[in-house]
Ligand binder design. Sequence first.
Ligand SMILES: [Zn+2]
Length: 56
Amino acid sequence: MDAVENVDFAELYEVQEGDGCPYCDGTLSFTKGIEVGHIFKLGTTYSKPRGDRTAP
Ligand SMILES: [Zn+2]
């Protein structure tokens, strides 16, 4: 849990099926999925060979 040591406030809640939707009057339901998103620690693996640069 090193990543959250310097956080002053975190609203953590484990949603439950049937919880109210924060956007409409619906309720949350669980379903199977593969992956919503993933962050890869690739560093410059792809950017360096392409010569990608950021603006100063
Ligand atoms: Zn909704």
